[in-house]
Design a protein around this ligand. Structure first.
Ligand code: NDP
Length: 331
């Protein structure tokens, strides 16, 4: 099994030196274990936080430890009745090509014709559920709302834009970091308007695209985007604070929004959330998303990097914006 371990804690942007690629011989199978050959592994922004030794909602990775995280694969050897060879499973064992562990640590997933296994790591998995929970539960999005989504062309963002549209948003506005992504948002993902935040003046661009203001903000980015949204909010606006990727790789503290008083004058509600506290919404989401998907209403993109040994490169590239939709490593 080839695995990727944390070798040292990155300061600012991570680099290959912060990781070690190690190949180990897997032990003989013990009773109750299965061996899984991964098909795809996920690289996610939250993993950057776990590389720091700071308090967060999940414990930091330890030096010398395999990077844990989402993956999907198939059982290739089984000493557990409930997971026979050939079963498709998702799990959290993370960055390795093959894993062997107790059967209970794997979740079998139904194989739906026309649904590639990789979708279990995004549109029909964690990032899709994050978008659903953020919009419907945290921000309480209603039909007729104008919704602004930052980081709109990424895995969570492409799901959030489509869900907002399908739930009857009046107007969906997105921001992303390249002209190609901006075009994709309006051409493929049903956004009414989109802008490139790298052109600057995020507040001005947002105001121009939301002449009647925004009601819901789904934030993946933080910083300047959050300040812009606070300026664009209508009375009673709600934000689901999902991520703040603009500050994950910086060494200075992020700039706080200078217009927090708008919360008072406009009666705004900002709520942060982490998916781990909302997993009870997975069945409802699975049903809705499955239905939309089979009706052909869901588009998606994947940016795929091949080979376990290129996982670190994929992870860094994702945070630099190389991905459209979900960044995945194919094993
Ligand atoms: P993405 O697929 O969106 O990939 C990350 C993207 O972030 C890049 O493609 C890049 O796109 C963008 N980005 C990087 N730096 C900046 C910057 N300085 N300003 C603006 N955009 C930037 O990742 P995910 O969909 O997996 O995650 C999106 C967000 O959701 C993250 O903040 C993540 O932490 C959060 N998240 C939160 C969860 C929760 O439970 N709260 C669960 C899952 C994700 P571009 O080219 O547009 O710059």
């Amino acid at each position: 099994s080839t695995q990727i371990l944390l070798a040292s804690r990155p300061a600012g942007w991570p680099s290959e030196e912060n990781f070690e690629v190690r190949t180990v011989e897997l032990p003989a199978m013990a009773d109750g274990q299965v061996r899984v050959r991964n098909e795809f592994i996920s690289v996610d922004p939250y993993m950057r936080g776990r590389m720091n030794d700071t308090r967060s909602y999940v414990a930091p990775y330890q030096i010398g430890e395999r990077i844990a995280g989402g993956a999907v694969g198939r059982v290739v050897a089984s000493a557990a009745q409930q997971l026979p060879v050939g079963t498709l499973v998702t799990h959290q064992h993370g960055w390795s090509d093959t894993v062997q562990a107790a059967a209970e640590t794997f979740t079998p997933v139904p194989e739906i014709p026309g649904v590639p296994s990789s979708l279990r790591l995004h549109m029909m998995g964690m990032t899709g559920l994050t978008a659903w929970v953020g919009l419907t539960v945290v921000a309480g999005m209603k039909e007729g709302d104008t919704v602004f989504i930052s980081g709109a062309a990424g895995a969570v963002g492409t799901a959030a834009g489509q869900i907002a549209r399908l739930l009857g948003a009046k107007r969906v506005i997105g921001s992303a970091g390249s002209p190609e992504k901006v075009e994709l948002l309006t051409q493929k993902y049903g956004y009414d308007a989109a802008f490139n935040y790298k052109d600057g003046d995020v507040a001005g661009q947002l105001a121009a695209m939301a002449p009647e203001g925004i009601d819901v903000f789904f934030d993946n980015v933080g910083g300047e985007h959050l300040e812009a949204a606070l300026g664009a909010f209508n009375d009673g606006g709600r934000a689901a604070l999902c991520g703040a990727i603009s500050s994950y790789n910086t060494t200075q503290a992020p700039v706080g929004p200078r217009n927090m008083a708008n919360l008072i004058t406009r009666g705004l509600k900002l709520q942060g959330f982490t998916l781990s506290n909302y997993l009870q919404h997975a069945p409802e989401f699975g049903q809705r998303m499955g239905q939309w998907f089979t009706e052909g209403k869901i588009a998606y993109d994947e940016t795929i990097v091949d080979g376990i040994e290129n996982t670190v490169e994929a992870f860094i590239a994702m945070m630099q914006g190389a991905n459209t939709g979900k960044m995945l490593v194919r094993i």
